[in-house]
Design a protein around this ligand. Structure first.
Ligand SMILES: [Zn+2]
Length: 330
């Protein structure tokens, strides 16, 4: 595993010696890979022609993105047996021969995503085949956001709420500010409840069609502890096996961090599993919860209405009342 990773090593970022900021290094990796890896070149080129539609609800808005390149991810079988049988696409031995990586803080590889949703879209995968888990790795998640800096948002999809490799620990890095929710949660009128915890703040954001918690703070330890507290409370309220289903966005905000957390009820809406014209191939992960609904098929792209989006959010996510109940558990 390591052998292939070393052969494809574009650069090393260990937080100590490098002179180039991580975001610049990742940009350089992408520029280099676009020249050398035809599948990535094609993926990035197809993104330039994707269509977008704005869909507005009552106090919220999302963008639908018609992106045929995402069919493999949206259509993937994610049941444990299918996952066990397929070769893991994040293990270094299975990476395409053209793929290069930034070795990040020893244990991670920063990789260009060949089926991007954004003009810059990286996957940050652990070098070992470890299961997806937030609580055990929240420290490196926050460090990644700090190392990339404020122009990048780091994403986490729980193993049962959008991760296309639930068996291989990974995050994603995308441009900050392109998901509508990133701006919407800044509206002070939408902040309806704030808990303070050792310098970190946990607040509920209401009125955006799906339940949202925001965690903000300047101390890494306090932010990590607050995220852990929310995750444990969610675990108690959902009685889930293992990690409670959630999606998380994280950006560097000044000298601190801002996390946007979406507690989930389930991964895919019922319409995903219907047959024929009734089917809606929409498989919501962090990006969709952030307000960019990815539709690999044109019929789903055209079919989306405010009611349909609201219905999907209601089905797969907590609503505002459920988030309030969760906060009352603290
Ligand atoms: Zn793997």
């Amino acid at each position: 595993m390591i052998g292939r990773a070393e052969r494809g090593c574009f650069a090393v970022f260990d937080g100590e010696r490098e002179r180039v900021p991580l975001a610049d290094l990742a940009d350089a990796l992408l520029a280099s890979q676009k020249k050398e890896w035809p599948a990535l070149t094609a993926g990035c080129a197809s993104l330039e022609s994707v269509r977008l539609r704005e869909i507005g609800g009552n106090g919220w808005r999302v963008k639908a993105q018609f992106n045929p390149g995402r069919i493999i991810s949206s259509g993937a079988d994610l049941d444990p047996e299918s996952i066990r049988r397929r070769p893991c696409f994040l293990c270094a031995d299975n990476l395409p021969p053209e793929q290069q990586a930034i070795r990040y803080r020893e244990d991670y590889l920063i990789l260009c995503n060949p089926a991007p949703i954004f003009p810059t879209h990286w996957t940050v995968a652990h070098v070992r085949h470890l299961p997806q888990s937030l609580v055990d790795h929240i420290g490196i998640f926050l460090r990644l956001a700090a190392d990339f800096g404020s122009r990048t948002t780091i994403l986490y999809n729980g193993p049962s709420s959008g991760a296309s490799a639930p068996d291989h620990l990974h995050f994603q890095a995308v441009p900050a500010g392109l998901m509508p929710v990133e701006e919407e949660i800044l509206d002070p009128l939408k902040r309806v409840g704030i808990l303070r915890r050792n310098g970190a703040e946990i607040s509920q954001v209401a009125g955006l069609g799906r339940g949202i918690l925001v965690i903000e703070g300047k101390e890494e330890g306090s932010v990590a502890a607050a995220a852990g507290e929310v995750t444990r409370a969610l675990g108690r309220s959902t009685a889930s096996d293992g990690e409670p289903p959630l999606n998380l966005l994280c950006t560097r905000a000044g000298e601190g961090w801002r996390l946007i957390l979406f507690p989930r009820r389930k991964h895919r809406p019922d319409a995903y599993f219907r047959k024929g014209a009734e089917r809606r191939l929409i498989s919501p992960g962090a990006v969709d919860m952030g307000g960019i609904i990815v539709t690999p098929r044109e019929e789903d792209f055209l079919a989306l209405t405010p009611d349909l989006v609201r219905g999907i959010f209601q089905e797969v996510a907590f609503d505002d009342a459920a988030v309030k109940t969760l906060l009352d558990l603290f």
